[in-house]
Design a protein around this ligand. Structure first.
Ligand code: RB5
Length: 152
């Protein structure tokens, strides 16, 4: 089955999401867009939840969320079981959050990063594979914390 990348935004991330989608299309990367579809004001947790549920169900393998800062989306996304969302605006962090944390959601700030950098961050997020090994142990520890916390 072809891997599908999920993408979603709020009004603060809408313009950047359009640029990212154009870039994904240019690269031939299959994606599914879960809104929003204009700059009219919406609530970012709704879009974080819509995207995270598609990753949890296995319909999408990884996702990109864009809001004004990337921060609200990342806070909301990280409330979902199995989601490891990273809010980042530099290439080093994006590379290593894939290599070491196996982050499955990248959160970008449409009011923080320029288009050129954002596209580079998306490429790194899509193209970098998890290293596993000792990092798998640590990711498993995160899952264990999640399990304990969610049963409280
Ligand atoms: C919306 O104005 C803004 O709060 C949102 O896009 C995001 O930056 C939240 O973290």
């Amino acid at each position: 089955m072809e891997k599908v990348l999920a993408i979603a935004c709020d009004h603060g991330g809408y313009e950047l999401k359009k640029e990212i989608i154009a870039h994904l299309e240019k690269r031939g990367i299959k994606y599914a867009d879960f809104g929003c579809y204009s700059t009219a004001s919406v609530n970012y947790p709704d879009y974080a939840a819509a995207l995270c549920e598609k990753i949890q169900s296995g319909e999408c393998y990884r996702g990109i969320l864009v809001c004004g800062t990337g921060i609200g989306m990342s806070i909301a996304a990280n409330k979902h079981r199995g989601i490891r969302a990273a809010c980042a605006s530099d290439t080093f962090s994006v590379k290593y959050t894939r290599l070491h944390n196996d982050s499955n959601v990248l959160c970008l700030g449409g009011r923080v990063v320029g288009v050129g950098l954002a596209l580079e961050l998306c490429d790194l997020f899509v193209d970098t594979e998890f290293e596993g090994g000792r990092h798998q142990t640590r990711v498993d520890m995160i899952s264990a914390i999640e399990k304990t916390q969610m049963s409280k």
